[in-house]
Write a protein that binds this ligand. Structure first.
Ligand code: AQP
Length: 332
């Protein structure tokens, strides 16, 4: 079975609909055909100021959400990044292969550092994509399921893998980004030209999976749309409606064309009301399962420890090969 790997940050008390449709939904389906490794990347979460207690809580909530969304810990290796020290160890080697200028061109760092102000930005945020490259390369995956916003980081990962291979001998698999076109970028409900994101300016544009379903339904009903009347997919002229159609299609399993036909001649209000119902139907059982997992944190921790053990078997083998190739003496 070809391997896949991906990670998600425990930086909020809930994943949002962009995380789910852009990435996590693919994580779940890829389990059927791939040897999957999925991790909660807590080391990435400390690249910005954080509260230790919140991080601990959010790491468990993240794992619980992944399980509730359908990640099967028997078929997939589900683990927490900091439980596998090889991530930090490989990251150092990768940092020494990364050009300073190359890292400076990462747009996510540029955007985030503008938002935070130069004095508060950490070196960890700067080297974030290099740690991400290490996260991936350790497991030699063929593909990495992510949203569109991660494309540039994936390119860096590929460049670093190729560079290492050509300098020190073939060690890494050069991974492909697995980006599903339709849902590669889910947009903010209030500003449908910007990506839905936890750091969005208004919470009204963001659907959190664990939010009160009534609140989420209301956000859908208040989503910004244009002044026209037609329900058609036209991202350039009708960004709001197109975003709602994409979300509706992904959550219902019906094609956008089918939805366009169904809503022909009907109003935006009808579409929003129905989508709100579909959303509530989706999140309600997910929330119940999350609660079950969180009710037994000892069991959850045990499951994550088992995942880390499996991940380490693979990661330590890769790291050993890397250390050997770069010329580190193995301990006698
Ligand atoms: N709006 C989105 N559409 C599609 N995919 C998205 N992803 C995030 N937002 C969207 C994908 O979710 C996965 C996990 O991303 P992450 O761990 O980087 O999560 P995040 O960065 O905390 O999420 P945000 O909201 O995007 O954070 P900020 O506001 O900090 O930038 C990734 O595969 C990502 O592509």
């Amino acid at each position: 079975r070809p391997r896949v790997l991906s990670g998600i940050q425990p930086t909020a008390d809930s994943f949002h609909l962009g995380n789910y449709l852009g990435a996590l939904r693919q994580w779940v389906t890829l389990q059927d055909t791939h040897d999957a490794f999925y991790c909660v990347v807590d080391m990435h979460a400390i690249t910005v100021e954080h509260d230790p207690k919140a991080l601990r809580r959010r790491t468990r909530v993240s794992a619980a959400q992944l399980l509730a969304l359908g990640i099967d810990p028997e078929r997939s290796t589900l683990f927490v990044q900091s439980h596998v020290p090889e991530h930090a160890q490989l990251s150092w080697v990768m940092e020494c292969l990364t050009g300073f200028g190359e890292a400076s061109r990462m747009t996510q760092f540029k955007d985030k550092s503008v938002r935070q102000g130069a004095d508060r930005v950490t070196v960890g945020l700067f080297t974030y994509p290099v740690l991400q490259a290490a996260d991936i390369l350790l497991y030699r995956p063929r593909a990495v399921p992510v949203g569109e916003d991660q494309r540039q980081h994936l390119e860096l990962t590929r460049d670093l893998a190729q560079r290492f291979n050509s300098r020190f001998g073939r060690t890494f698999v050069v991974p492909e980004a697995h980006i599903v076109k339709d849902t590669a970028k889910v947009y903010d409900l209030q500003d449908p030209t910007s990506k839905m994101s936890k750091s969005a300016s208004s919470p009204a544009g963001l659907i959190d999976l664990l939010d009160d379903p009534k609140v989420s339904a209301k956000k859908i009903r208040s989503a910004v749309t244009d002044t026209g009347r037609e329900i058609v997919y036209d991202p350039e002229n009708k960004a709001g409606i197109s975003n709602l159609l994409v979300i509706y299609s992904a959550l219902s399993g019906r094609s956008v064309a089918e939805l366009e036909r169904e809503y022909e001649g009907r109003g935006y209000g009808d579409l929003k009301k129905d989508l709100a119902e579909v959303l509530v139907g989706f999140v309600t059982p997910v929330q119940a399962r999350v609660r079950e997992y969180l009710d037994d944190p000892a069991e959850l921790d045990k499951l994550l420890a088992r995942g880390a053990e499996r991940a380490r078997e693979v990661a330590s083998r890769t790291l050993r090969a890397v250390y050997d190739r770069v010329g580190f003496l193995s301990p006698a």
